[in-house]
Design a protein around this ligand. Sequence first.
Ligand SMILES: NC(=O)C1=CN([C@@H]2O[C@H](COP(=O)(O)OP(=O)(O)OC[C@H]3O[C@@H](n4cnc5c(N)ncnc54)[C@H](OP(=O)(O)O)[C@@H]3O)[C@@H](O)[C@H]2O)C=CC1
Ligand SMILES: O=C(CO)[C@H](O)[C@H](O)COP(=O)(O)O
Length: 491
Amino acid sequence: MSGFTPEASSADLGVYGLGVMGANLARNLARHGHSVAVFNRTLARTERLMERHGSEGDFVPASELKDFVASLRVPRVAIIMVQAGAGTEAAISQLADLMEPGDIIVDAGNTLYTDTRRREEALRQRGIHFVGMGVSGGEEGALLGPSIMPGGTAESYRRLGPMLESISAHVDGMPCCTHVGPDGAGHFVKMVHNGIEYADMQLIAEAYDLLRHVGGLSVPEIAEVFRSWKDSELDSYLIDITTEVLSRTDPATDEPFVDVIVDAASQKGTGVWTTQTALELGVAVPAIAEATFARAASSSAPVRAAVRAAAIPAGTTPREPLSAQEREAFIDSVKQALYGSKIAAYAQGFDEIATASQRYDWDINLGDMATIWRAGCIIRARFLEDITRAYAQDPALPSLLTAPGLSEALASALPAWRQVVATSALTGVPAPAFASSLAYVDQLRAERLPAALIQGQRDFFGSHTYHRVDDPEGVYHVLWAEPGRPEEKWD
Ligand SMILES: NC(=O)C1=CN([C@@H]2O[C@H](COP(=O)(O)OP(=O)(O)OC[C@H]3O[C@@H](n4cnc5c(N)ncnc54)[C@H](OP(=O)(O)O)[C@@H]3O)[C@@H](O)[C@H]2O)C=CC1
Ligand SMILES: O=C(CO)[C@H](O)[C@H](O)COP(=O)(O)O
């Protein structure tokens, strides 16, 4: 039986959890010259890392957690990269019992920011810095340079920052890592990153579906369309990987690979958290919510089967093959609808971050968030350069929809976008995220909303009161049950 007993105080920092992300994060740190203590609950993973990659740098493996902690130089830094929920809770509590005031525990997994706030406060009472840190980039990003979003104290960032910035992705020499803000700010921003990721993926999937079922394109043709969008404002990692997935043929059946995958999208929770949190904060994120609901709807197999069996008719417009000219025009319209929807989805995500930053006094720099998402992470895209520029010009931008450049792009996309949403409704090829993103823009640009009627209804049934346009601060109520229905002004 093998076992590792490391030398005391021999490692710069440690990684606890050597699964997909943890192992690659540890390798990335070691490859950048840091001596990295490594520990995993199941020893086999530590052994595998050492066997396969032990020569890549200065690893300090430990079989026992107490030896792992003892191997860290003071003040100790331990990065946890384990399953969210009970696994993370267990790892934090075990580490905290072995650490001392001044030490730093980093939770680098996807964790709900309210848990991070709670843990940060509890560990602060014990003098231990707790850092909730978002990491994005998947398996490859963790190894070659992720986007890193650390929260916690400024003091902990002074110790962590240089190590994290050394292993993050870089754009024009700038690291895709910055101190996001105190306590749960880092995990909050990672959560919204994932919410935007859900929306972006759903929008791309809707574009694919419309091109296939309305445009009549074959899967390889759609792959070529996506490939050509790389030379446009839509250039992004998610478009790249979509092209790869659509270009694959299943070797067993010779069918397009996408046709052999069960059409039920899974989720691990970050889209739900982003949507729930937006509801709690009172921020509208319909594209993110719609993307999350679309995954749920796709996975409701019995409900889908029952409704399919009910033979509810499809759209009323006959789906005749488009002429070559119509096809090209439709492809361009879908492209514009995708870009317009994407701007709307990012605007929603940034709005959610801005609202939380105010609520929790985090002072998050939105321009910095766009900057660190330009490379390394799943939502990396050319378009993030525009967002970075927009916040550089006006850090207090009320909405990305109003940013110079983006508002013009939105305006120019709108006619085609409306056509695409109308076509989706008429043909019955669903495009919920395209439609809700469009409705979001239309709501925000409207001079008057029917919300006034809702206020009237609320006042009628529940005396919930309303404000008048000629006295916006005053509180009014109509005595609906009394003759003549007089209006009262309340103090
Ligand atoms: N995969 C991805 O693309 C990304 C994942 N993340 C986040 O990173 C974290 C790790 O994910 P990933 O590497 O994919 O997961 P894996 O499933 O590959 O690895 C899970 C790790 O968690 C450990 N673990 C589980 N339960 C416990 C426990 N009770 N006590 C101690 N250790 C435990 C496992 O140890 P053992 O070997 O003993 O089972 C293993 O090391 C998650 O929070 C995830 O959300 C973040 C960004 C991207
Ligand atoms: O954090 C990530 C990417 O940024 C993880 O890959 C996460 O698991 C993605 O979410 P889901 O599994 O719900 O699609």
